[in-house]
Design a protein around this ligand. Sequence first.
Ligand SMILES: [Zn+2]
Ligand SMILES: [Zn+2]
Length: 169
Amino acid sequence: MRITLAELELHRITASERYAPGSLDFHGAEFRQAAPLKLDATAELLGAEIRIRGHLATRLDASCDRCLGAVEIPVSSDFDLFYRPMESIAKEEEIEIPASELEVGFYSGDGIELADVATEQVLLSVPMKVVCDSECRGLCPVCGANRNLTLCNCAPSQHDSPFASLKEE
Ligand SMILES: [Zn+2]
Ligand SMILES: [Zn+2]
């Protein structure tokens, strides 16, 4: 669904959308959408800015960065976003955006695709490091065993030595 300026000039828009897994493009992110994404939003025009606020929820499947095990990431986020016309960037270059308006995006042309808003919000809500558990012990660098499940008898490798962390930093 596209939120257009023409329609916003007449009235605010209330949308309730559902995106099936596979219908949104997450730009090659390392997770998979595992459930329909539900989005409820209200869009209104404030001068030349489009304000979109609402809520979205879905579930993602990812793998643990340490042991490669499956990790489920529930996503449930409220958003309140402001989009300025792209054409305004040049004019406002000198103006500093106040901290309270950090969540400012830009739109070009006649409006905004709601699917793009959904994609952006999902990408923002995924943690940088995905782990199945903060205590996850990962895979043995020698035999590849999942150290959460088995205690292998591999000699501690250099990777495990107390100095490894110094080298890694
Ligand atoms: Zn893990
Ligand atoms: Zn091992």
